[in-house]
Design a protein around this ligand. Structure first.
Ligand code: C2E
Ligand code: CA
Ligand code: CA
Length: 798
C-alpha cells in the first residue's frame, strides 16, 4: 500500500493525475448511462448503444492510462510503441464491449457481476499492453504480488460497479456505479504502477518509430475530448429522457389513480408502485406499500404462483386488508416495461359487491320472496340430500301443509290480507321448528316441513299436533284466523324416494282435508288407491264431452198461484260407461278444480239454449253457471254468440249463480253481469242463505230472482228456525222487488207453507224430478186441445 502511495505521490505529476482521474470519472459516468440506454433499447439500437458505450469506456480507460503515464515522470528518456499503443486501445474497447454485453444478458442474475469483472479484465489487459508499449532507457522490473493485487482489485471493484450502476432508477445508483467504475480503473492503474520499478540503463535505446510523449499527449487530449462529448451527449439525452419519463410517470400515476380497479406494479414479488384504489382496498397508504412483498397482501402462495405463470388470465383469490379481514378479489397480471425494466402490473378487482350480489341472487333463487322461506327447488334438493344420508333405524318425515279456506280469505279480505295471513302462518309455525327441521313454501298456500333423523312417526305426529295447537290458539291469533290441514309421510317406511314421499304426504293431506280440515293424517297405503282413482276421474272427465257422455236433465219450475210450469232448470248429467251416473255435486267441483268446467259449462249453455229454442211455448230455461266461467273475461261475448246461434231470445234464458262467484273480484263480476243483462238474460241468485247472504250483494248486483236454498225448505212447516229464515228471505224479496223461488220442495206440507207465505215460485221432487226433456213434452209442446195438467193441483189431490 505504501508503495502504491509513494508511486502516486512521488513518481507522478499530481496535476496530471487529477486530470487522469477527471477523465476517468467522465468516462465512467458516460459508460453507465450509455449502458442503461442500451438496456432499454431493442435490437439494432441496443447493439448501437452498446458499441457507443464500449467505445467511450474503452477510450476512457485508455486515456486515463496514458494521461496517468504522462504524469509518470521517471526522468529517463521514454517513448511509446505505436502498434502496441493502438492495440491496447482496441483491446480496451473490445473487452469492455464484451463485458457490457454480458452484463445485459436477459434473465441472468449474475450477468452484471460477470460483465463488470470482464470490463475490469479489459482494464488490466489494456494496462499491461500499454506498459508493453512503453519504451524507456532502463530495465523494467515487476513486483508479482502487486501485479496480482492490481488485477484482483480491479476485477472485484469492476464486478460490483455494473450491478450497482444498473440497479435502481435513482441518481444515487447511477453515480454510485460510475464512481465504482472509476475506482476500479484508478485502483488498478496505480496499484499496477506501484508494481513497476525502473532501473536506468543508458545502453537501451528507444526505437526510432516510438511515439514521443508529446504527440501521445495530443492523441490523448483528442480522445478525452471525444469522451467528454459522448459523456455530455449521454447526460443530455438522459436528462431529457428523465424529464419526459417524469412527466409520463405523473400522467401514468394520475391515470392509475383514476381507475376504479386497484393497480400494482411489481418487480418480482416486490411492490414498486400502487395506485389509490389499491391502497384504499388494502387499507394503508400507497407509499407504505412500496417495497413490501406481494405476500403481505395476497397470502395464498399457490394463487400467487398461478397468477405469475399465466399472464392475462383472471384469477380469484383473497386480499388481506390491514385490519386482518379478507376481501374476495379478482386479479389479472400482465408483464410491462417499467422504469426501463421488465415488471409485472397486477390489476385488482374488488369482488365484495359481486359476491354479495351473487349471494343475494342465490338466496332469491332458493327462497320465496313473501315469507323468506326456502322454495320448492331448494326444499327438493335438501330432501334428496337427506334421503341419501339416511342411516338405518332413522327416518325422514315430510309434513305437507295446506291452509284451510285460504281462497276465501283472499276473496273476502283481499290479497294483502292473504299475504299477511301467509306471513303470520310462517312465523308461527317456524317458531316451533329446530335446526333439524326445515320449512319451505312450495307455492300458493302449500307448505312443507322436512324432519330429518327422527326415530319414527311419533315425532312427526307431535310436531303436527303442536302446529295445530299454536294455530288454534285464538288468544294470539292474527287478524284473520288461519288453520291448516297436514299430511305426513315417512321415508323409508312409506317411500324410498323424494317423488313418492312427497306424493304420499300429499295424499295424506288430501285425506285430512276431506275428513274435516284442521287435522293431520298419516299416509296409509290404501289412500294411494283413492288418489289414483281420483286421477282417473279427472282423466275421464276431460274426455266426457268428446265421448258424448254428458246430457241434460230438466226440472220444472212452477208459478205457485197459477199452478203453471214457467220454466225448467237444466242440470247436467254424466253417464260414464264404467262408472255409471255421476252426480254433478261430485264432478262439477272436480271440473272447476282442473279447469274442465269451461268447456263443460259452454256445452251446457249451448245444449240448453238449443233445446229451449225448439219448444213451442216460450218457457224459460235456467242454467247453472260456475264462478270460474263468470271470471272468464269473454263470458258475456260467448253467451251472446250462443244466443245468436241457437236463436233463443235472451229473455228466455236465466243464469243461476252462487254468492261465492261474486266475492272473488267484485268489480269484474259486476261488469260481466251487466253485459249479460244487456243481452236480456236474467240472473238468479242460487242457494241463497248458505253463503255470505249479504244484503249489499243483493243490492249491488242486477239480480232478477232469489232462489232459497233447499236446506231451508226441508221441513220448513215444522222447523221454527227454517221457517223464520224463509219468511225473512221472502220479505227481503218483496222489499227489493225480486221474485223468490223455493227449491227442494218434497212434501205437500212444505208446499202449503210456501203458498201461505206467498212465495212466488217452487221447484222440487214433489212437482217433478229432474229428467230428460221428453218427459215434459206436455209443457214444451202442448196439444192445443189438451191443456197441460197443473202439477200443483195434481200433487195436492194425491
Ligand atoms: P243446484 O243448482 O242447487 O241444483 C239443484 C239440485 O237440487 C239438483 O241436484 C237437483 O237434482 C236437486 N233437487 C231438485 N229438487 C230436489 C228436491 O226436492 N230434493 C232434493 N233433495 N234435491 C232436489 P243435482 O242435479 O245433483 O245438482 C247438484 C248441483 O250441481 C247443483 O245444485 C248445481 O250447483 C250443480 N250443477 C248441476 N248442473 C250444473 C251445470 O250445468 N253447471 C254448473 N256449473 N253446475 C251444475
Ligand atoms: Ca241451481
Ligand atoms: Ca240451488
Amino acid at each position: 500500500m505504501l508503495k502504491v502511495y509513494n508511486c502516486i505521490a512521488t513518481a507522478h505529476d499530481l496535476r496530471l493525475v487529477a486530470l487522469a482521474a477527471f477523465i476517468c470519472v467522465l468516462a465512467s459516468i458516460a459508460a453507465i448511462r450509455l449502458l442503461r440506454y442500451a438496456r432499454i433499447s431493442k435490437g439494432r439500437m441496443r447493439s448501437l448503444w452498446l458499441a457507443v458505450s464500449a467505445i467511450s469506456t474503452g477510450f476512457g480507460i485508455w486515456a486515463t492510462h496514458f494521461v496517468a503515464m504522462l504524469a509518470f515522470t521517471p526522468g529517463i528518456p521514454s517513448g511509446y510503441n505505436i502498434i502496441l499503443t493502438i492495440l491496447s486501445l482496441v483491446a480496451a474497447i473490445f473487452l469492455t464491449g464484451v463485458g457490457l454485453t454480458v452484463s445485459l444478458i436477459e434473465d441472468w442474475r449474475y450477468g452484471p457481476w460477470v460483465g463488470g469483472a470482464i470490463v475490469a479484465g479489459g482494464i488490466a489487459v489494456m494496462h499491461y499492453m500499454g506498459m508493453a508499449a512503453f519504451e524507456i532507457a532502463g530495465i523494467v522490473v515487476w513486483d508479482p504480488v502487486l501485479v496480482a493485487a492490481s488485477i484482483v482489485l480491479g476485477a472485484m471493484i469492476g464486478a460490483i460497479a455494473l450491478p450497482v450502476g444498473l440497479h435502481g432508477d435513482s441518481e444515487r445508483w447511477k453515480i454510485g456505479g460510475a464512481l465504482l467504475l472509476t475506482l476500479a480503473i484508478c485502483s488498478h492503474h496505480f496499484t499496477a504502477m506501484g508494481a513497476v520499478s525502473i532501473i536506468p540503463d543508458p545502453s537501451i535505446t528507444i526505437s526510432q518509430t516510438a511515439l514521443p510523449a508529446g504527440l501521445l499527449a495530443i492523441g490523448v487530449t483528442i480522445a478525452s475530448l471525444g469522451i467528454l462529448g459522448l459523456a455530455t451527449a449521454g447526460v443530455v439525452i438522459d436528462i431529457r429522457d428523465h424529464r419526459r419519463s417524469e412527466l409520463e410517470t405523473d400522467r401514468m400515476r394520475d391515470l392509475a389513480d383514476a381507475t376504479v380497479e386497484g393497480l400494482l406494479v411489481c418487480d418480482g414479488e416486490m411492490i414498486v408502485s400502487a395506485n389509490k384504489s389499491f391502497s384504499l382496498l388494502v387499507g394503508c397508504s400507497a407509499d407504505s406499500l412500496i417495497g413490501s412483498k406481494l405476500e403481505s397482501s395476497f397470502p395464498d402462495s399457490a394463487a400467487r404462483a398461478k397468477l405469475m405463470s399465466r399472464p392475462n388470465h383472471t384469477l380469484e383469490t383473497e386480499l388481506r386488508h390491514r385490519d386482518g379481514s379478507m376481501i374476495p378479489v379478482e386479479l389479472i397480471m400482465r408483464p410491462i416495461i417499467f422504469a426501463e425494466r421488465p415488471h409485472h402490473v397486477i390489476a385488482v378487482r374488488d369482488l365484495k359487491r359481486r359476491k354479495a350480489a351473487e349471494q343475494h341472487i342465490h338466496f332469491l333463487a332458493h327462497h320465496d320472496a313473501l315469507t323468506g322461506l326456502p322454495n320448492r327447488a331448494y326444499f327438493n334438493a335438501r330432501v334428496d340430500q337427506e334421503i341419501a344420508a339416511l342411516t338405518p333405524g332413522k327416518s325422514l318425515g315430510i309434513l305437507c301443509l295446506d291452509l284451510d279456506r285460504f281462497k276465501e280469505i283472499n276473496d273476502l279480505f283481499g290479497h294483502a290480507a292473504g299475504d299477511r295471513a301467509l306471513q303470520a302462518f310462517t312465523s308461527r309455525v317456524s317458531a316451533l321448528l329446530d335446526d333439524q327441521q326445515m320449512m319451505a313454501r312450495l307455492g300458493g298456500d302449500e307448505f312443507a316441513i322436512l324432519l330429518s333423523g327422527i326415530s319414527g312417526p311419533a315425532a312427526a305426529g307431535r310436531l303436527a299436533e303442536s302446529i295445530l295447537e299454536v294455530l288454534g290458539n285464538i288468544a294470539d291469533a292474527p287478524e284473520v284466523p288461519i288453520s291448516t290441514s297436514i299430511g305426513i309421510a315417512l321415508s323409508p317406511d312409506d317411500a324410498p324416494d323424494r317423488q313418492s314421499l312427497l306424493n304420499h304426504a300429499d295424499v295424506a293431506l288430501y285425506r285430512a282435508k276431506q275428513e274435516g280440515r284442521a287435522i293431520y293424517r298419516f299416509f296409509e297405503a290404501k289412500m294411494g288407491a283413492e288418489v289414483r282413482d281420483r286421477r282417473m276421474v279427472e282423466h275421464d272427465l276431460r274426455l266426457a264431452i268428446s265421448r258424448d257422455e254428458l246430457w241434460l236433465a230438466y226440472q220444472p219450475q212452477l208459478d205457485i198461484k197459477r199452478g203453471k210450469v214457467v220454466g225448467f232448470e237444466a242440470l247436467v248429467r254424466w253417464k260414464n260407461p264404467s262408472r255409471g251416473e255421476i252426480s254433478p255435486g261430485v264432478f262439477i267441483p272436480i271440473a272447476e278444480e282442473i279447469g274442465a268446467i269451461l268447456p263443460i259449462g259452454d256445452w251446457v249453455l249451448k245444449e240448453a239454449c238449443r233445446e229451449a229454442a225448439t219448444w213451442k211455448t216460450p218457457l224459460k230455461v235456467a242454467v247453472n253457471v260456475s264462478a270460474v266461467q263468470l271470471h272468464n273475461a269473454a263470458f258475456a261475448q260467448e253467451l251472446h254468440g250462443i244466443l245468436i246461434e241457437s236463436g233463443l231470445p235472451g229473455k228466455r234464458l236465466e243464469i243461476e249463480i252462487t254468492e261465492t262467484a261474486l266475492v272473488r273480484d267484485l268489480n269484474r263480476t259486476l261488469a260481466t253481469l251487466r253485459q249479460v243483462k244487456a243481452l236480456g238474460v236474467e240472473i238468479a241468485m242460487d242457494d241463497f242463505g248458505t253463503g255470505y247472504s249479504s244484503l249489499s250483494n243483493l243490492r249491488a248486483f242486477p239480480f232478477d230472482r232469489i232462489k232459497i236454498d233447499r236446506s231451508f225448505i226441508k221441513s220448513v212447516h215444522s222447523n221454527q228456525q227454517a221457517a223464520t229464515i224463509v219468511r225473512a228471505v221472502l220479505g227481503l224479496g218483496k222489499g227489493l222487488g225480486l221474485p223468490v223461488i223455493a227449491e227442494g220442495v218434497e212434501t205437500n206440507e212444505e208446499l202449503r207453507f210456501l203458498q201461505e207465505e206467498s212465495c212466488d215460485e217452487v221447484q222440487g221432487f214433489l212437482l217433478g224430478r229432474p229428467a230428460a226433456i221428453d218427459t215434459f213434452r206436455e209443457y214444451t209442446h202442448p196439444d192445443a186441445n189438451l191443456p197441460p195438467a197443473d202439477p200443483i193441483k195434481r200433487t195436492a189431490s194425491a
